[in-house]
Design a protein around this ligand. Structure first.
Ligand code: ADP
Ligand code: MG
Ligand code: MG
Length: 205
């Protein structure tokens, strides 16, 4: 009953787009400190394409994520584009053919999503990438399944875990991505990809 129906998933994704739009300058500034300063633009470009692809009446719970995934895979420059594209693809696959996202389906999506990103980017937790927010969010959702937590509350727990993970990147010297070229210069500011993941889960509720 608490499961997220297609319309609720669409609203979640739309809130995420709005939050990224609102924070584009902060995200760009973070990428300027630890990379090449195009992260905000890369995100906004993909997300504006996603908006154009949304169906106002999504066919199943995965459909809004499918539009999001395709937009990232087709239209974003930068390393984050294909990685987010493949991450959201796992959310699309988990919800495909389902009338709603349960906590268990969300946990499947997050587990498969982070596994895919880790494989493609060869990044582990602690390398100062988006994985540092994706992995704790996936763990929080898996725990929520064990504890029989309803989907909306499970997503709040995932958001807290993702935010804590993103915050933790402020004190990590990068081992992956462009941030690894700047070493200690990035200390004190979080990884923009990890912050975007926290914003995604925070947009759920
Ligand atoms: P680019 O460095 O190509 O300009 P973006 O600015 O689009 O890429 O994205 C940067 C983000 O991508 C980083 O903040 C980090 O979260 C993520 N990232 C970079 N390299 C990797 C990797 N190997 N694995 C996982 N995530 C990565
Ligand atoms: Mg960049
Ligand atoms: Mg770039």
């Amino acid at each position: 009953m608490n499961d997220l129906e297609p319309q609720a998933v669409l609203s979640w994704v739309e809130r995420f787009i709005t939050r990224i739009d609102d924070q584009v300058q902060e995200l760009t500034e973070l990428d300027r400190r630890s990379g090449d300063g195009d992260f905000g633009t890369n995100m906004v470009t993909a997300l504006s394409r996603a908006k154009a692809k949304f169906s106002p009446a999504p066919a199943d719970a995965g459909a809004p994520f499918s539009s999001l995934s395709t937009a990232f895979l087709e239209h974003s420059g930068g390393t984050s584009g294909p990685l987010f594209g493949m991450w959201f693809r796992e959310f699309a696959l988990a919800g495909e053919g389902s009338p709603a996202f349960s906590t268990a389906l969300l946990a499947d999506a997050a587990r498969n999503g982070v596994a895919t990103v880790r494989r493609l980017g060869s990044a582990s937790v602690g390398d100062r990438t988006m994985v540092d927010a994706m992995a704790p969010a996936a763990d929080a959702l898996a725990e929520a399944v064990e504890d029989d937590v309803p989907a909306a509350r499970a997503l709040r727990l995932a958001a807290e875990a993702a935010r804590a993970g993103a915050d933790s990147t402020s004190s990590i010297i990068a081992r992956r991505g462009r941030a690894s070229y700047v070493g200690e210069a990035a200390l004190g500011a979080p990884d923009p990809g990890a912050v975007a993941v926290a914003l995604f889960f925070e947009s759920a509720g």
